[in-house]
Design a protein around this ligand. Structure first.
Ligand code: SF4
Length: 341
């Protein structure tokens, strides 16, 4: 590990000041950043510890929740308002990592964690455009079972086919969360759906944060039908594994018709993937298996599989259909509910 300086901030303004150097990094629970430093993928010269900031969860005047960036995953998953009003979020958090890691990991750290592409971590022998721009990408012709099927493009091949690993971020994107930021130029906010980027030709730029910006809170809007929501994660083993495919969904059905819906996918793209196309198919349509399948197929129409991950397309289709069937109380064909890859 490369030597670094450690600073502890007492408030957001001090944190932003201490992190003015481009080689500084904000430190939350450290559950990903410290691993990256040990592997010499990240070499910050300063760590600014922000775990003393923003540890609360409060109701907003608009009827939503404002969640401090340093709230731990465990605190958030156990919070009564989250469990009752946004169960998709509590379930996504509990589907991620181990209890020990959830006790340490913070909200902001979780959504800013970096891909688990094995070539990204292999500094000794693998080419990686994300780690070293212009170097190439060994995943494209390599073992790419866990990689992206949506949102990666480029000629003659994409620059990067990594996936975003966070479960929590998928649920937050489905819930129309807003990110509140503090930075050298002041405070601002943006939809969480706009925080992460697709790789394009610059996979080293993973977010739309400006230099030195700090996430201080995430806001959830009032969304009464989100009380009827869930998260399903399909993975290679029952715990402590990243998603092959995951689905976050909230569904509002009345009289057999879908009044409203929120849908997002994990494990399929460089960012948490809001399923806008599927939502458009679903709104106003009958809550039937045929509708759910049409929505899934619309969302996955542009999917481009790699050598080892073509299974993700039918798997994502089946998982979307099964989750919407569960939330709507609609019986779906038995083969659609299977989780095996
Ligand atoms: Fe690097 Fe992305 Fe290629 Fe993985 S998929 S090796 S992170 S460029």
């Amino acid at each position: 590990m490369t030597p670094f300086r450690y600073e502890r901030a007492d408030d957001a303004a001090a944190a932003v000041r201490l992190a003015a150097d481009p080689a500084a990094r904000y430190l939350g629970g450290g559950t990903n950043l410290v691993d990256l430093m040990r592997e010499v993928v990240e070499r910050p010269d300063t760590l600014v510890d922000v775990t003393a900031l923003a540890r609360g969860i409060a109701a907003t005047d608009a009827g939503g929740l404002l969640i401090g960036a340093a709230v731990t995953n465990t605190q958030l998953a156990e919070h009564r308002a989250v469990r009752e009003r946004y169960p998709v979020l509590a379930r996504a958090i509990l589907a991620g990592a181990s209890a020990q890691i959830r006790n340490m990991a913070t909200l902001a750290g979780n959504i800013l964690q970096r891909t688990r592409c094995t070539y990204f971590y292999d500094t000794a022998g693998s080419r990686c455009n994300k780690r070293e721009p212009g170097a190439g990408c060994d995943a494209i012709e390599g073992f790419n079972r866990i990689h992206a099927i949506l949102g990666a493009s480029g000629s003659p091949s994409p620059a990067c086919v990594a996936t975003h690993p966070s479960d929590m971020a998928v649920a937050l994107v489905a819930l129309d969360a807003t990110v509140h930021l503090e930075g050298p130029a002041g405070a601002r906010a943006m939809p969480l759906a706009d925080l992460h980027r697709l790789p394009g030709g610059t996979p080293e730029h993973e977010t739309n944060l400006l230099p030195g910006e700090l996430i201080v809170a995430i806001e959830l809007p009032a969304m009464p039908f989100a009380a009827h929501s869930t998260y399903r994660k399909v993975r290679d083993r029952a715990s402590y594994a990243f998603a092959l495919v995951s689905v976050a969904a909230a569904l509002d059905v009345e009289g057999g018709t879908i009044r409203d819906v929120r849908l997002a996918l994990g494990g399929v793209a460089h960012k948490p993937w809001r399923a806008w196309r599927a939502e458009a198919v679903l709104r106003g349509a009958p809550a039937t298996e045929a509708t759910f399948r049409a929505a899934a197929e619309a969302e996955l129409a542009d999917a481009v599989p790699l050598r080892d991950n073509g299974f993700k397309i039918p798997l994502a289709t089946r998982t979307i259909v099964a989750v919407l069937g569960e939330l709507s109380g609609t019986a779906v064909h038995a083969e659609l509910t299977g989780e095996a890859a």
